[in-house]
Design a protein around this ligand. Structure first.
Ligand SMILES: [Fe+2]
Length: 131
């Protein structure tokens, strides 16, 4: 079973961001299924780096879009992004074994996705679509 099921209520109405959010769901489900199969090496060398890169790129892209449109919540979002990234870095750079490390990363990013997208990104989408 998939860890996160895509739901159209996650759509914020901004193509580029929606595509990235969908890709996140794919990625986190891939991680989840590799963990169920105990594919430790692949998790460590492929999926985790992909997920971390994704998070970094996604935040940068969102911030670029917000800046371009003078989004009033920009500073707040940057702060939230930095906090998540520092948590992601702490998890990835810890000396924990791949499996518990990946488990923590999966929990953190999934929680972030569900909370952040449904609250902040939807607000951003409304702002951009009303401009
Ligand atoms: Fe986002």
């Amino acid at each position: 079973m998939e860890l996160v099921q895509w739901n159209d209520r996650y759509l914020i109405g901004v193509k580029e961001i929606d595509a990235q959010h969908k890709y996140f769901v794919t990625l986190v489900n891939e991680l989840h299924s590799k963990m169920q199969q105990h594919q430790i090496r692949e998790i460590k060398t492929e999926i985790v780096p992909k997920l971390v890169d994704y998070v970094r790129k996604h935040f940068k892209d969102e911030e670029r879009i917000m800046r371009r449109h003078n989004y009033p919540g920009l500073q707040e979002q940057i702060k939230a992004h930095q906090e998540i990234l520092s948590n992601v870095n702490a998890i990835v750079n810890s000396n924990a074994d791949a499996f518990p490390m990946a488990m923590k990363l999966m929990r953190l990013t999934t929680q972030w996705f569900l909370d952040h997208v449904l609250e902040h990104d939807l607000r951003l989408g409304k702002f951009l679509n009303s401009a």
